[in-house]
Design a protein around this ligand. Structure first.
Ligand SMILES: Nc1nc2c(c(=O)[nH]1)N[C@H]1C(S)=C(S)[C@@H](COP(=O)(O)O)O[C@H]1N2
Ligand SMILES: [Mo]
Length: 301
């Protein structure tokens, strides 16, 4: 079981680093000896995750409201006004309303979570997020019994988001989760990374992180959360349903129609070179596989 919180990662020193390298070598050696290779069970769950640098995490982004280039969000997102910021929480909840971001974050229990991020484009990073569980926010507003899904919406502000001029997606960017996925303890609302406020290009002031799903499910700069009975409209599914399913769980055995999902390019210089094998549920299968028991994951991609 990997660690959910890693309070020591920020003051990790040379000794920790050496111990970490040693452990990785031992694991690699053991699995090689058994003929299991890198996909062997010892490496199945993410452990000893080595975070990407702050530079990498904040300069290689997807945030199409600011342009489709990987550098566009870092160059353009500084124009985004993130204060004041209101999140409308509505639909099937006991306490709907327009919540101020200070109120949401102020009452939340902020934790650190080091998670893999696997983009559907077959690249990956490791990001040390700060945030709180979505479940804690949903508990606070009171989910009603008929609610089965959670819908999320990003800000749509053309004056500050140059990418909205291009009809790449049907704006605003929208995403959604099944209620049990939303309530899962691994699902967080991120408010920061590396102990700093979330940079705009990473989705300030509030973005979703669902580590076992492709990165596009992690909707940025959220202004609305709606509890509802029906499966939500989601932007990428709308743009191309065959390529982007509602579930979009990371799955090395279900290829994108235009490329393989078996491996991923590691941003930065990884210990084992620049590619690694993609893991089922991005390595979080022990925690989340039961959510999909009995489902055909190539049908429900
Ligand atoms: N509103 C919005 N959210 C978004 C996106 C986007 O274009 N717009 N891109 C998604 C994709 S494809 C990925 S891989 C992640 C990237 O998050 P990061 O830039 O913080 O690494 O954000 C996701 N959330
Ligand atoms: Mo992505």
């Amino acid at each position: 079981m990997h660690r959910l919180t890693t309070p020591k990662f920020r003051d990790r020193d040379v000794t920790d680093e050496a111990a970490y390298l040693n452990r990785r070598q031992l694991i690699a050696g053991a699995t090689a000896g058994l003929g299991l290779g890198l996909a062997g069970p010892s490496l199945a769950a993410p452990q000893g995750l080595e975070p990407n640098t702050f530079e990498e995490i904040t300069n290689y982004n997807n945030y199409y409201e600011f342009g489709t280039g990987k550098r566009d969000p870092a160059e353009n997102a500084h124009t985004l006004t993130t204060s004041p910021w209101t999140v409308k929480i509505d639909g099937m909840v006991d306490r709907p309303g327009d919540y101020q971001i200070e109120d949401i974050i102020g009452k939340a229990q902020i934790e650190e979570r080091i998670y893999r991020l696997r983009c559907v484009e077959a690249w990956s990073m490791v990001i040390p997020w700060n945030g709180f569980t979505l479940a804690s926010l949903l508990d606070r507003v009171g989910v009603q019994s008929g609610a089965k899904y959670v819908a999320f919406q990003t800000l749509e502000r053309p004056s500050e988001m140059p990418g909205l001029r291009y009809p790449v997606l049907r704006w605003p960017y929208r995403e959604g989760l099944r209620l049990d996925e939303a309530m899962h303890p691994l699902t967080i609302m991120a408010t920061g990374l590396y102990g700093k406020d979330l940079p705009n290009q990473n989705g300030a002031p509030l973005r979703l992180v669902v580590p076992w799903k492709y990165g596009f499910k992690g909707i940025k700069s959220i202004v609305r959360i709606t509890l509802q009975a029906d499966e939500p409209f989601t932007s990428w599914n709308d743009a191309n349903a065959r390529e982007y399913g509602f579930y979009s769980n990371v799955n090395p055995r279900v290829d994108h129609p235009r490329w393989s999902q078996a491996t991923e390019r590691v941003i930065g210089s990884g210990l084992f070179g620049s590619r690694r094998e993609t893991e089922m549920f991005n390595g979080y299968g022990d925690e989340v596989a039961s959510l999909y028991a009995g489902m055909d994951l190539s049908e429900n991609y």
